[in-house]
Design a protein around this ligand. Structure first.
Ligand code: ZN
Length: 240
């Protein structure tokens, strides 16, 4: 079985389309969405429609909840807050209903998926350090966890001492428990502006962090045309 695991789309329809086309090309059998469909980008409604059309498992992200008033945006930075307010106004009632229906964690036979972290998923904590990773390993009863939220593809291995990598090819299924951050479709922050997601092949025990070219400039122009902060367009083109 080949899984296409993607998240942090952030209203970037151009990036989402490119990722879905790549999944088709790569013979993905099942897609899974880790949340943050909206926030920052200019096409939240189209992105939600597209994810619903695929009919895949989809989790809630903090920006999804912010956009429907389920999460306090006082702790968001200025641009995120402005984007959340803009996004709220851009959603249709059916979008709000869909975002409100999303869960925090999904357990599949061999792995689990979450937006931010497995320790208190509803708190949207980050897994950025070995300390954070340790807390999520403690809460994980599967060999493998896919997560997002930081927009940086980073993998932790539950070795003693713990190890991590930013390699694109990740061996899994050799008994070492692993946390894989799948990166971000619509707003990468690892200085590579290409859209990012993961392909997990459980038959061969491998995960591949996959990058896809798309028209970043067009997505950035849409942000400006929508009246969203220009900084959000600039960061998109820089992959930051
Ligand atoms: Zn995000």
């Amino acid at each position: 079985m080949r899984y296409g695991i993607f998240g942090d789309i952030h209203g970037n329809f151009d990036a989402l389309e490119a990722v879905l086309a790549e999944m088709d090309k790569q013979n993905v059998d099942e897609a899974l969405c880790l949340g943050d469909i909206v926030g920052y980008g200019a096409e939240p409604h189209r992105c939600i429609q597209k994810v619903r059309e695929i009919g895949c498992i989809c989790l809630a992200g903090n920006h999804d909840h912010a956009a429907i008033g389920k999460l306090d945006i006082d702790f968001f930075n200025l641009y995120a807050r402005e984007a959340a307010v803009w996004t709220r106004a851009a959603l249709e009632p059916e979008d709000r209903e869909f975002l409100g229906s999303l869960g925090f964690v999904e357990h599949l036979p061999n792995f689990a998926v979450v937006h931010g972290s497995l320790h208190g998923p509803e708190m949207f904590n980050y897994i950025s350090t070995i300390f954070d990773a340790d807390l999520s390993f403690d809460a994980l009863d599967k060999p493998l966890l896919f997560y997002g939220h930081t927009h940086i593809p980073l993998t932790f291995f539950d070795t003693k001492p713990m190890t991590y990598t930013m390699d694109a090819e990740i061996p899994v299924g050799d008994g070492t428990r692993t946390l894989v951050n799948v990166g971000s479709v619509g707003q990468p922050r690892d200085e590579d502006p290409r859209a990012c997601f993961a392909i997990y092949d459980d038959a061969i025990g491998s995960v591949k962090i996959t990058r896809v070219e798309y028209d970043v400039h067009q997505a950035a122009q849409k942000i400006i045309a929508a009246g969203l902060p220009e900084a959000l367009a600039i960061r998109l083109e820089m992959g930051k």
